[in-house]
Design a protein around this ligand. Structure first.
Ligand SMILES: [Ca+2]
Length: 153
């Protein structure tokens, strides 16, 4: 009798202890799951937005340099050569007549949003006048991420 009386109490105690431990575990797991779901929802949006913003900034950068190059062309009757590069927008290349720069406000040629130089080619391989592009996120020539002044397939 003593045994049967004591046993349920023990069981009840054990069950109670197990239950509260179980609840804590479930609560923890719930919190972790909620955090994981939130992270899965929010983080890609933030990083996605950051990437989008950089792409937009690169397009804007290319557009600004294009404007400067067109002003250069109006004054000098040609675009800078590949060798002269975008530096020709800041420093007069070898006493070039008509040069009225600097054509961009910065002291140095601006870098793309990934801190790489914008690439410039004149004459262009894709355009008649010049090719101007950013290597994009991967920092390397080519790939889907390049941002160019020509339309890509
Ligand atoms: Ca690239």
């Amino acid at each position: 009798m003593r045994y049967t009386k004591a046993r349920p109490r023990c069981l009840a105690k054990a069950r109670g202890a197990r239950r509260s431990a179980g609840f804590t575990l479930i609560e923890l797991m719930l919190v972790l799951m909620i955090l994981a779901v939130l992270a899965a929802l929010v983080v890609p949006r933030i990083t996605g937005r950051g990437k989008e913003a950089k792409i937009t900034a690169a397009k804007q950068g290319i557009s600004n340099i294009k404007t400067a190059l067109k002003m250069f062309e109006m004054n000098c009757d040609r675009f800078p050569t590949t060798e002269e590069g975008l530096q020709a927008l800041i420093q007069q290349p070898g006493g070039l007549p008509g040069w009225k720069g600097p054509y961009i406000e910065q002291q140095t040629v601006p870098l793309d949003p990934w801190q790489n130089p914008y690439q410039y080619r004149c004459p262009g391989q894709h355009n008649n006048d010049f090719d101007l592009y950013s290597y994009g996120q991967d920092g390397q020539d080519g790939g889907d991420d390049d941002i160019t002044n020509w339309s890509q397939p």
